[in-house]
Ligand binder design. Sequence first.
Ligand code: ADP
Ligand code: ZN
Ligand code: MG
Length: 480
Amino acid sequence: MSREDYEVVMGLEIHAELSTKTKIFCSCPTDFGGEPNTHCCPVCMAMPGALPVLNEKVVEYAVKAGLAMNCEIAENCKNDRKNYFYPDLPKSYQISQFDKPLCNHGYVEIDTKDGKKKIRILRIHIEEDAGKLNHDEYGRGSFVDLNRAGVPLIEIVSEPDIRGPEEADAYFKKIKSILEYIEVSDCKMQEGSLRADVNVSVRKKGDPKLGTRTEMKNMNSFRAIQNAVNYEAQRQIEVIESGGKVEQETLRWDELQGKTFSMRDKEDAQDYRYFPEPDLGMIHISKEYIENVKKTLPELPESRKKRYIEEYKLPEYDANILTSSKYFSNLFEGAVEKCGSAKAVSNWIMSDITGYLNENEIEPEKIPFTAENLAELITLIDKGTISSSIAKKVLPEMFEGEEKSPREIIEKNGWVQISDEGAIKEVVAKVLEANPQSIIDYKAGKDRALGFLVGQAMKETKGKANPGMLNKMFLEELNK
Ligand code: ADP
Ligand code: ZN
Ligand code: MG
């Protein structure tokens, strides 16, 4: 049997750091980085006797995420201690939620090659992040930095509804995009604000029973997940095909070697000796509170997509890409409001801007210019101030230069389109004089000669001549 005879089954546990100003159980700042152990107090350093106080913003943000992901919000929930030997969490337990999480039974929709699909969410709970171990490069040991200890997290646990790495990618990206839209997490994967534990199993197609899963912890790159899942699924299939049994265990993905390694046997819930956190009370959430949070939800990607198709008459494909990121979507809407041309804005984002981002491996959130800047660029083309080929030179300047205003950029570089009749006439005369053969060709019925002449004139003016005017004037001269 081969890979095609198997189905890859996956479930993701996504951790997102919440962008509250302060930590979950104390008032230390949540800012990333900083000198080691400077964002700490007795509570997040786990001094005996220091008492946690729940940050209300954490509950609000988690409820917001729950609502955006179609979850039921629990009327009552609580915090529990998850006991473990964490070298980077000196309490030796993490305050999390065990049997009564804040949000239950939601779903998000993803696009697959067979159409839309719902991935169910089992639960979303709140918990604290651990500190960090910095391994000394000179081998003197490991240093503990507790700046991150106590930063609030939500953990979003999916049902094992995901089939294979493409769906996992679509699901993870959808969760990221929703969290960005509702502004509860900055989702900076390279800083670890968003990371996933990836559970993978395989089974023969048609088998109703799930296979034994392995888990790869703390993955924070889309590409690494793709590679890891492909490798791990193949490994499991080979184990089964050779008559063996897949062990339930925690694995580490080594991106450089392109392999998974066993870290430890998978622990069960009972190993953590969960019990209710005695220093914190029950969390009661009223219907009214939920309604108030609901009012703060912005328009979500699915609804925006529908609106783009109906209101702006964009193809579904375009609407999909434009709403895939809050940063695209806001850029699009902001620019359309200013310049009025949805199709032009969409084209710029879908082709040149996306192209630039991909080529330079930049995330949409890092686009350094505003919707007004983009609208101005489009307006300048519309008005004939610049040609679209010049506009293509302006865009990289908007990404890289100090100056973000297209008008300033073209003035600074002398890129204003030549639309002066006298100047155009001069160029046309010069080009005609230099290319007598083209005139003969044109008169002999070779229309291509016109294109050649316009091209020469463009070259002559470094792309600045108004192409419409050039065309018209060449025709006039040639048909004399
Ligand atoms: P934990 O890993 O913390 O013990 P769970 O047992 O709740 O937690 O499962 C975690 C994740 O594993 C969930 O996202 C779930 O969808 C996924 N999962 C469970 N069983 C399987 C399976 N057989 N194959 C793939 N994923 C699975
Ligand atoms: Zn603190
Ligand atoms: Mg797990």
